[in-house]
Design a protein around this ligand. Sequence first.
Ligand SMILES: NCC(=O)CCC(=O)O
Ligand SMILES: [Mg+2]
Length: 341
Amino acid sequence: MTGRNVTEVSKRIENATNGLRMRRLRQADWSRRLVRENHLRPEDLIWPIFVKDGNEAEPVASMPGVSRQSIAGCVDAAKHAADLGIPVIALFPYTDPALRDETGSQALNPDNLVCRTARAIKKAVPEIGIMCDAALDPYTSHGHDGVMDGERILNDESVELLMQQSVIQAEAGADIIGPSDMMDGRVACIRSALDDAGLRDTLIMAYSAKYASAFYGPFRDAVGSNAMLKGDKRTYQMDFGNVDEAIREAEQDVAEGADMIMVKPGLAYLDVLSRITQTLNVPTFAYQTSGEYAMIMAASQNGWIDGDKAIVEVLTAYKRAGASGILSYFAPKIAAELKAV
Ligand SMILES: NCC(=O)CCC(=O)O
Ligand SMILES: [Mg+2]
């Protein structure tokens, strides 16, 4: 080190920066905390939970740390979530292949697994919000979100079923219906079906920009629709090359009566989330999908990344991109950490 050179360099830096040294704010933990722009809070998280029949929990192989749980296990999870300050849990049923059929008729059974679970949670943990998807994929023998005619997914016929499914789930205790099917016009139809049934307070969080994605694989294992799925979902879910289209989808869902909208997946679509939140003034959520969860867990378990740090970094990135909240399988872990601080 030669003082003379450093002095020379310092002069140049002072000249170039006008004395504004950005590192000053990063010099200590207190100063970094003082100016941090985006924070994660337990209130930002929605926890997706898998439910199965029977009494035993069953690990999901492609999602280390995640299990399908019994109804009683889901009630315990809901209590745990409420204690942690997580405002909403989202329920996803694993349906026995024997109960699946071409039209997903279990979706319209008021005593199906997800309805029984919603009722049990509502009774035991009335303070937590419950979200249930409107879509047929957990119930169809072909694994698609709607009904089919040959190779085609029928839009309006599917919407008619989704309207009934939504009412049945709301009557069982779902506070939020999440249409995840990407059929055209379903938000307006579900809204009017809920209203007609006297369910005016039931919220709709529309999966507005849901992309046909490779990041859903482990979820389909968890709900048992992977082996079933015939073909892919590109005739109804969005093309990953598009972003203007996502704005149109979101605007349309808001016009149809969606209270909240969603982008899914999250990490590979943070630009979409950012565009939507800068364009529309509507609570906008993002879904950190099962594939995103699995990637972090796999790399972490191999010692290739520091999983704990990566999770917080990624979830904060969702906030930075404008998310009102995030559906994340990491929700209880992160909420517990935030509570402990
Ligand atoms: N409608 C809910 C999902 O499809 C979730 C997908 C995922 O977590 O990969
Ligand atoms: Mg749409």
